[in-house]
Design a protein around this ligand. Structure first.
Ligand SMILES: [Zn+2]
Length: 326
């Protein structure tokens, strides 16, 4: 029997608390992941909280070096894979933690951030959010894109407004990803991406990561996504732009029942997750890491070849990381 395909999960979440035990990520490793990117802050997270989480989580990963590897480079991911460990890197969901200063990107990079959005649902000084009036990429936004390109961080347009994302993809010198976003043609939700966004992403050489959030997969309330549900969305993007531009960004939220759990603090839920878009943290479902273990078989059942399956489950994001990370 061939060895299982190494899985690259482009985005999952932990409650943003320094004392959140990262040992829970063992479930990702057990399900076949060699890499996971976890967010360390969103646009509503104060910078001090982001730094506290980064400091504490970096230390936790170092202390559990028998199971985890802090991924600064692709070589770190290879090291993790060859020793049966899980490589972990960090992402920022939004550009507000830059405090309008693009030089902050290099600082976050040094702290382990390898992927970032420019906005989180709402518009900010950099660009428009997917749940807001989208005024496009600002002058500051242009400088932020250039700096993300220069520093070598994965530019991620999930949660970004459609117009802004198209402008970002037009000016980015490097491939752009949607780490966790599903096709809007299948489920008409503002967090999902249009055909134009999918086409533009592929044209940059980027990858769209399909997530396991029931709301974005169009599942009935309280249904938890199975491999077949995610495969449906994978198939749509594969049919549109080919198997090299699809990946997995599970968006599993560990230990999260409320928006406060997720944000790690009191937060204006109605502002960041506008009501009317189906956000109810008591009802939202997230496919667990264990779903990853069944994806290869599901894709094989649908007739995908081994190379395409390996690309979708990990190889495609790995290719883009190789191009972008330094
Ligand atoms: Zn997200």
């Amino acid at each position: 029997m061939p060895s299982p395909t190494p899985i690259w999960d482009a985005h999952s979440c932990l409650p943003l608390r320094p004392d959140m035990p990262l040992a829970v990520l063992e479930r990702h490793r057990a399900a076949g992941a060699v890499f996971v990117s976890v967010n360390v802050g969103m646009d509503m997270t104060p910078i001090t909280d982001i730094l506290k989480v980064l400091a504490a989580w970096r230390r936790q990963i170092e202390q559990a070096s028998d199971r985890f590897v802090l991924a600064h480079t692709l070589a770190d991911v290879e090291t993790a894979a060859s020793s049966g460990r899980l490589a972990v890197a960090f992402d920022l969901e939004g550009g507000l933690p830059l405090a309008d200063q693009p030089e902050m990107i290099g600082l976050y990079h040094r702290l382990g951030v390898r992927q970032m959005h420019l906005a989180y649902n709402r518009s900010n000084t950099i660009c428009g959010g997917c749940h807001d009036e989208d005024m496009g990429l600002t002058e500051l936004g242009q400088r932020v894109v250039a700096e993300i390109n220069r520093v070598g961080i994965l530019m991620d347009c999930s949660h970004t407004g459609e117009l802004s994302s198209l402008q970002i993809m037009a000016v980015s010198a490097r491939p752009v990803i949607f780490s966790h976003a599903n096709p809007r043609a299948l489920v008409d939700h503002p967090r999902n991406v249009s055909d134009a966004q999918i086409d533009a992403c592929a044209a940059t050489g980027g990858v769209i990561g399909i997530n396991g959030v029931g709301l974005f997969l169009g599942l009935p309330e309280s249904a938890v996504a199975r491999p077949a549900d995610m495969a449906e969305h994978i198939a749509y993007v594969v049919d549109r732009v080919g198997p090299r531009h699809v990946g997995i960004g599970l968006d599993y939220a560990y230990d999260t029942e409320t928006a406060e759990d997720m944000a790690g603090m009191e937060v204006d839920t109605a502002y960041w997750w506008p009501p009317g878009n189906g956000y109810d943290f008591g009802v939202l479902t997230f496919a667990p890491p264990e779903v990853l273990a069944g994806l290869a078989e599901e894709l094989a059942r649908r007739g995908y070849g081994d190379d395409d399956i390996a690309g979708v489950l990990g190889g495609n994001f790995r290719r883009v990381a190789a191009e972008v990370w330094r």
